[in-house]
Every structure is written in structure tokens, then in C-alpha cells.
Ligand binder design. Sequence first.
Ligand SMILES: [Zn+2]
Length: 169
Amino acid sequence: MTLTPSPELQAALARISRSIIADDNKREAERAKADPKAHKLSRVIEGKHGTNYRYTSGGLDGKGRSVLFCWSLHRNVAGYFLGWREVYSKPRGKRGAYTVKRDQWIARKAKWRAREVAHRRAASFLERQACPVCNHPGGAPRLRKPCPACGAVRVRDGGDINPPVPAQE
Ligand SMILES: [Zn+2]
């Protein structure tokens, strides 16, 4: 038998959990304001639009996961704009949801600098994923599918490229 809390209890637990998060964020904000440099990677951003961000896409990685390079639109509690990478894994099973992994955190004083890091990372990621034969961007050969532009197929990750077979004439 599973115990299901009453709606009233669930609401009370949600309120408590929200107030714990708010308290933690408040303490983090106080620490960040006292020593901004030490807290420049803080993920706490005040204000209801604080979590808004933009991204530029790096396309798919070698495992077919969508890779985004992101930057925040508002300063965190230490006064910095954040940049990071998001990797979306495909859902497993019919009812699965996309899972996202965030890493490669950076902090910049100016928003345009955080944006610049995202664009630079995306460009270098796309370059690494490009078809080694014709330079078509976007990872298709890493997925062991023919390059959509030239038809080259990569046999295995990091392995040789099979050049496209010329069409019969
Ligand atoms: Zn190609």
C-alpha cells in the first residue's frame, strides 16, 4: 500500500520547500554581495525574469543529442552573467522525457561577453562535428549516417571516413 498525502498536506509541504529554497537563495545572495568574485558562478538570479536565457545551437553531438550554448539575460546575485552548455538526451521509452545536462559554466561581467563565449563554443563545436570530407556542418557522419551533402560515411567514432561511392553512369 502506498500512502498518498492529502492535498492540504501536499500544499503545506510545497510551501515549506519553497520557503527553504527562498532562505537558501537569500543567504547565497548575502554571501555573493559580500564576496562577488568567490561567488561569480552562483546560479541564484533574483527577480521573476531572472532565469531567462538565450542560446545558440551547436547541432547534434556524436550520440545524436542536441547541444545548446546558453547565456543568461540577467545578472546573478554576484553581478555576473552566466554561460553554460546544455545537452539534451532523447527520451528513453514511450513515456520518457528529454533529460538535460548543464555544464561548462562561465561568468562574465558584460552580457555580450557571455553571449560571445556561447557563439564561439557553438562555432568550434560545429566545426568539430563537420563532415571531414566536404566540411558540411552538423554531425551526420558521427551518427553513422551518410553526410547529407556529400554522402561520406564515418565507419566508427574517430575512425576513418569512407569516401562517397561515385554514382554509376
Ligand atoms: Zn560531406
